[in-house]
Write a protein that binds this ligand. Structure first.
Ligand SMILES: Cc1cc2nc3c(=O)[nH]c(=O)nc-3n(C[C@H](O)[C@H](O)[C@H](O)COP(=O)(O)O)c2cc1C
Length: 258
């Protein structure tokens, strides 16, 4: 049983690759949470996996909230997570291990893969070049091919890229990010908007409605930036931070818009 979250497709690709390799089932966390589906039957010999992007050097809050609510019929024999990041993960392993232990389970394995950057909601953040994005994807695929058999064998291991100042980023910057950098009132659509509703479709939290044909954000954003990156005419901006920065998303296991 694999639970996953993804805004722009990187983690979805990894989750699908993993589900295929392990012959396991996939559940999209926002959909399950929206339906209030927190109870699952899992045989004690089965594995429990999570796949998610790194948001400000930690798992996205919605993933941790989901883990907290999750109810399983049996204690899973093997718990692991795979995370995708643009650069590094801070002390994500420590945060996730604590969440898992809070359920009475044990985290046995985890690893991170670098994938193309999706966060450009602040001035100094930018997307990868096309070459760099392609290089990251190819390397991530190699890492998956090397480590998925270890998950299949239920090995105990950890291969996380923590980066520098990991404690500071995870325990000081991340709470600040969750408090203030997920403010969706800074999102706007420009005159280029063609009223197609693609932003409504792709928002994993169903946080966008169309009013007079233009998107309106409803205040429970996780800042995945799916709306920005998927807009077919690049008409969505986040304050001034995103202007002129281009778009990226990964769909159907193929790179697009990079
Ligand atoms: C809100 C937000 C915060 C992010 N924070 C980090 C971070 O702390 N470290 C990092 O290496 N990448 C960070 N990233 C980049 C993503 O983790 C990375 O691009 C990921 O593969 C996106 O996955 P997705 O396409 O499944 O949404 C961030 C992206 C977003 C949208």
């Amino acid at each position: 049983m694999i639970f996953y979250f993804s805004g722009c497709g990187n983690s979805r690709y990894m989750a699908e690759t993993l589900a295929h390799h392990l012959h396991d089932t996939l559940t999209f966390i926002p959909e399950a949470a929206r339906a209030g589906r927190y109870e699952y039957t899992l045989a004690s010999y089965e594995s429990l996996g999570f796949v998610f992007p790194i948001y400000s050097w930690a798992p996205p809050k919605l993933v941790l909230d989901f883990v907290k609510q999750l109810q399983l019929a049996a204690k899973p024999s093997y718990v692991y997570f795979v995370c995708t990041c643009g650069d590094n993960c801070g002390l994500t392993e420590k945060v996730f291990r604590k969440a898992v232990e809070g359920k009475g389970w044990t985290l046995s394995a985890c690893f991170s893969v670098q994938m193309p950057e999706t966060y450009i909601g602040m001035k100094n953040f930018k997307l990868d070049t096309k070459e760099n994005a392609q290089r990251k994807i190819a390397k991530a695929e190699d890492t998956m091919n090397r480590l998925m058999p270890r998950l299949a064998n239920k090995e105990v291991f950890s291969e996380m890229v923590k980066g520098s100042l990991a404690w500071l980023k995870t325990y000081l910057v991340n709470p600040g990010f969750n408090r203030s950098a997920t403010d969706d009132s800074k999102y706007r659509s420009t005159e280029a908007c063609i009223h197609c509703g693609q932003c409504v479709e792709v928002c994993p939290l169903k946080n966008i409605t169309l009013e007079d044909g233009r998107p309106r954000w409803q205040g429970h954003c996780t800042m995945c930036m799916a709306c920005y990156h998927h807009c077919p005419v690049n008409a969505i901006q986040y304050g001034k931070a995103t202007e002129g920065k281009g778009q990226y998303f990964l769909e159907d296991r193929r790179q697009q818009n990079i």
